[in-house]
Every structure is written in structure tokens, then in C-alpha cells.
Write a protein that binds this ligand. Structure first.
Ligand SMILES: Cc1cc2nc3c(=O)[nH]c(=O)nc-3n(C[C@H](O)[C@H](O)[C@H](O)COP(=O)(O)OP(=O)(O)OC[C@H]3O[C@@H](n4cnc5c(N)ncnc54)[C@H](O)[C@@H]3O)c2cc1C
Length: 501
């Protein structure tokens, strides 16, 4: 068991997105404490070099750190993200949008979806996304900040960013170094454990120097230098549910205005991403190596770029899953060192953020307590498993029939926790919500509906509404959404206005 005295020195290994997010947040959070923070990273090893799409929680991190949105967008080449466009997941040629927003507004106190479903069954409803302002703006290539004081729920939505991860790490590095974090350049070659307690005691660097610490944060990426290689914490492998295990990543030149959304296009054995930044796009093809060769994946990636590639596609291999404990002995793993559930919903950076939040929540006075560590690990597992289920859903409900990959994904048994959700929704549109869900009901609905998975029945109360009146109310909403989208500036105009201040 780890020593239980007050932590005076924290040593972070790794200077990717995870390492610098941790350094920046910890240096700000514990600013009143006599705490030393040091971070060791190796330019020679480098970072994973991907991870550029986010979810809305990134906004609260920047706000917490006091980083101004305009400075952030300019410094990181960021664009705005209203959600993800899924192409070809239901059938080739079909697409749908997963916005960071609800669809429609309640009608006479009843939730919108069953009202829509009633009309849809009668062939009188427009597609669900036409009742969602952020989906309509995305379709039109437009973006505006949400007006939190808006009188109608139709005008409410969240947004996130696409950014250059290297530039973001650099911004956070400057932030952390200004607040006293010491950066050490060097490669850790050996990790010495205390022979009695089993805790990490000393890191040995290639140049012969040593680093000690009371708490170590492992941000060393997939290798898990401390949490796995030194502490042998163990990894839970989820490849039987999520068999994609290889990504090919390449950047390309921007030749047109950046769209305000990420695109995820299904391929024969996985999917391709397109992440638009101001100065370039990030692209990748994530696929199952058991179902597709690297050459074919490369060809599919390069022949679908929006602009000329800025290099050769780079392969990255991974195993979907999670570390059995993210906090083990005197070590906390963040980022890829703690697990990875494939990049489909851009959740990895938000998991770094919530990992840091758990650390801060359960270490308020810098004195570690075994019970709190157990609870932090329990919550972390819950969060990972809920995200895992949401990602599996995308594959399970696919409607493609053009390859073994998609047929196998449709036929596979899913975790009981997900099956229970699928069953409840299929029955009458009910949503089961567990602890530590990262994605709200609206997100599940976007996926269910986008993939054509509809309930057998809907709320009986909806039948008390007059169909004609319901049709009029929904039409009014649809028009309000269309007008709202029309009045927003284009995404390019919005970015130019922001840059000009
Ligand atoms: C294909 C793919 C696509 C992704 N897309 C997204 C996305 O769109 N959105 C999202 O949120 N996330 C995404 N992710 C995840 C995201 O890339 C990571 O969560 C994020 O980059 C954090 O990585 P990291 O800091 O944990 O690791 P890394 O970037 O790998 O950094 C590891 C650090 O450890 C250092 N290091 C390692 N070993 C040593 C050593 N021995 N001595 C000293 N230093 C060492 C390295 O030098 C480096 O600084 C994606 C991941 C993959 C694989």
C-alpha cells in the first residue's frame, strides 16, 4: 500500500495531451499548496500525434484554467464542432447527424420524440434532424454561439472544437511552466519500486539522472510505462466487441472552408474520420486488421481525401480496452496509458479530463486514502463501460450487408448492460440511464434513430394529442429551426470575426 503522508512532489511521465493537461490543471488547482510538479518527456519518442476532435466538456476545462476562447482558437488552429456526421453506417449512401443537442421541444408537456414518432408513422413528419438547430446549422455549414438565455429549448445546444493537439499541448505547457511546473527532457529507461511497499520510488533517465516523487502520473501513452510495465496493473481487452485495432492517419491541405462538424464514414471494415482545422484537415482510417489489409485501408483513405495529403499515412495499432485500475499504488494513469475505446465519438480527451477531475476530487488535501482510491477506480470503470456500450451501439445497429465485418458486428452478442438498453428502447422508447453516463439521452436517440432502430410502441399519452394540431406544432418548430440556421453566419465568417476580435 502506498505511503499515506501528504504528497509534496508529483512527477508526470509524458508530454502529450494527457501530460500537459494534467500539469496545467494540477498547477492551477493546488496553487495554494507547497507542491512541486515536474514533467518528463522525450522529444525522441514523441507523441501519438492524433486526437484532434473533442466533446463539449473541453470548454469547461479551458474556462477552469482561465484560457480565453479567442486565444485558444487562434493558438490551436481550432474550428467549431456541432457534432458528428455519420455516413454509410445504416446503409451505403445514408447519413445522419449526432448533434450535441436535443431534438425538438416538448409538446403539451410530452417529450418530443414520441410525438415525432406518431407523425412519422403517419408519414407526416420531416426527418428528425430538421427539428434540431445545430444539425440544421451543420448541414448549412453555419455556426453561431448558443444563446443561453433563449426562451425556447429549440435554440439550446452545445458545441466542441477540432484543434491541433500539438499546439494545444504547447499552450498548456506554457501555462503550466508559468505556474512553476518543471519540464525535464529525457527518456525514462528504468523504474525503481520500493521493495517493501511496491510503490514507485525513482525514475532513471537515459542521461544518468534520476527523478523521485510521492505521486506519479503515467501519461506515457499506450505503453503504460509506470502503470503496466512497472506496476503490472493489467488490461481488460474489449476487442471481442470492438475489433477495430489499427488506424492510418494522414493530414491533408484544406482547399475549402472548414465544415463545423466531424465526419465518420463507414468503410468495408471500419470507418474514416475527417477532422477540419483552420489550416489543414486531420484524416484517418480506423479498421479491423483481421478484415482488411493495410494496403487496402491506405488506398481507401487516400482516395477519399478533400485535399492533397501532407505526408505518408502513418499506422497506429491499439487494443480497445481499459487498465484494470487507473489509480494503483502511488500511480495514476491518464490518457492512452489508462485505456482506449477507439476514436469514434472523440471521447479520449474528455476521459483525460474526467480522470484528472477524479484525482482532484479524491485527493483534496493531497493525502491519499485507500477508500477514496477504490471509489475513484470504481467510478472510472463505470464511466469507461458506459462509453464502451455507446460505441458498440454504433456497430451493433449497422444495417450494411456488403462485408463480413458489418454482418459479424450486427450478429455479435453485446454486454448485458447494453442489451438491457436496447430491449427497453425497442419496447416503448424508454431510455435506461446508468451511473456515469457521458452521453445523454439525446445522443442515444440520435444513434437509435439514425441507424433506424425504432420502438414498437410509443407513449400512449401522445395519442391524446390531435394529429392535425401536432402536425402544425411540429411544422412551426421545423420552420423556426430552418430560420435560425439561415440567420447564422457561415462557419468561415464566424472564425474570421473571432480572429479579428
Ligand atoms: C487513431 C487515434 C485517433 C484518435 N482520435 C481522437 C480524437 O479525435 N479525439 C480524442 O479525444 N482523442 C483521440 N484519440 C486519443 C488521443 O490521441 C489521446 O487521448 C491523446 O493524444 C493523449 O495521448 P497521451 O498524452 O496519453 O499519449 P501520447 O501522445 O502518446 O504521449 C506520450 C508521451 O509520453 C512520453 N514518453 C513515453 N515513453 C517515455 C519514456 N520512456 N520517457 C520519457 N517520456 C516518455 C512521450 O514522449 C510523449 O510525450 C485518438 C487516438 C488514436 C490512436
Amino acid at each position: 500500500m502506498m505511503a499515506t503522508g501528504k504528497i509534496q512532489k508529483i512527477t508526470i511521465v509524458g508530454g502529450g495531451t494527457a501530460g500537459w493537461m494534467a500539469a496545467a490543471t494540477l498547477s492551477h488547482h493546488y496553487r495554494q499548496h507547497a507542491l512541486q510538479i515536474q514533467l518528463v518527456e522525450s522529444d525522441q519518442i514523441g507523441t501519438v500525434g492524433v486526437g484532434e476532435a473533442t466533446v463539449p466538456s473541453i470548454i469547461s476545462l479551458n474556462q477552469y484554467l482561465g484560457i480565453n476562447e479567442r486565444e485558444f482558437v487562434n493558438a490551436t488552429g481550432a474550428t467549431f464542432k456541432l457534432g458528428i456526421e455519420f455516413c454509410g453506417w445504416r446503409t451505403p449512401g445514408h447519413s445522419f447527424f449526432h448533434p450535441f443537442a436535443d431534438f425538438g421541444a416538448p409538446v403539451a408537456g410530452l417529450p418530443f420524440f414520441p410525438c415525432w414518432l406518431k407523425l412519422h408513422r403517419e408519414g407526416r413528419a420531416a426527418p428528425l434532424q430538421e427539428y434540431c438547430l445545430s444539425a440544421a446549422m451543420a448541414k448549412a455549414g453555419r455556426f453561431a454561439q448558443p444563446d443561453d438565455s433563449a426562451a425556447t429549448p429549440l435554440a439550446l445546444y452545445s458545441y466542441a472544437y477540432h484543434f491541433d493537439a500539438g499546439r494545444y499541448a504547447r499552450l498548456l505547457r506554457d501555462y503550466a511552466e508559468t505556474r512553476g511546473v518543471r519540464r525535464v527532457e529525457g527518456r525514462v529507461t528504468d523504474v525503481a519500486l520500493n521493495p517493501h511497499s511496491g510503490d514507485i520510488e525513482t525514475l532513471h533517465l537515459e542521461n544518468g539522472s534520476q527523478l523521485d516523487g510521492d505521486l506519479f502520473i503515467d501519461c506515457s501513452g499506450f505503453r503504460g510505462l509506470l502503470i503496466e510495465q512497472a506496476l503490472e496493473t493489467g488490461y481488460e481487452d474489449w476487442r471481442h466487441w470492438l475489433p477495430v485495432d489499427t488506424a492510418l492517419a494522414v493530414q491533408s491541405r484544406r482547399t475549402s472552408a472548414p465544415p463545423p462538424f466531424t465526419r465518420a464514414s463507414a468503410t468495408a471494415a471500419g470507418w474514416r474520420w475527417r477532422i477540419p482545422l483552420q489550416h489543414r484537415s486531420g484524416n484517418g482510417h480506423v479498421f479491423s486488421s483481421a478484415h482488411m489489409t493495410l494496403d487496402r485501408a491506405r488506398e481507401s483513405l487516400l482516395s477519399n481525401l478533400d485535399g492533397p495529403p501532407l505526408g505518408e499515412p502513418r499506422p497506429i495499432r491499439f487494443t480497445a480496452g481499459m487498465r484494470k485500475q487507473f489509480w494503483h499504488r502511488n500511480c495514476v494513469a491518464l490518457g492512452l496509458a489508462s485505456g482506449f475505446i477507439e476514436p469514434l465519438e472523440s471521447t479520449s480527451i474528455s476521459l483525460i479530463q474526467t480522470g484528472i477531475e477524479k484525482l482532484l476530487q479524491f485527493l483534496p488535501e493531497l493525502v491519499p486514502e485507500p477508500e477514496k482510491i477504490r471509489e475513484a477506480n470504481r467510478l472510472n470503470r463505470e464511466e469507461y463501460e458506459r462509453l464502451r456500450d455507446f460505441i458498440i451501439l454504433h456497430y451493433k445497429l449497422n444495417g450494411r450487408d456488403d462485408s463480413d465485418f458489418w454482418r459479424e458486428m450486427r450478429a455479435m452478442p453485446v454486454p448485458d448492460s447494453l442489451q438491457a438498453k436496447l430491449d427497453a428502447f425497442a419496447e416503448d422508447g424508454r431510455m435506461l440511464v446508468y451511473e456515469q453516463e457521458s452521453f445523454r439521452e439525446a445522443s442515444w436517440l440520435a444513434l437509435y434513430n439514425g441507424l433506424g432502430y425504432r420502438p414498437r410502441r410509443y407513449l400512449p399519452e401522445v395519442d391524446s394529442l390531435d394529429t392535425e394540431q401536432l402536425a402544425q406544432v411540429l411544422e412551426k418548430m421545423r420552420r423556426a429551426v430552418a430560420a435560425g440556421a439561415d440567420s447564422a453566419p457561415t462557419h468561415g465568417e464566424f472564425l474570421a470575426q473571432l480572429e479579428a476580435g
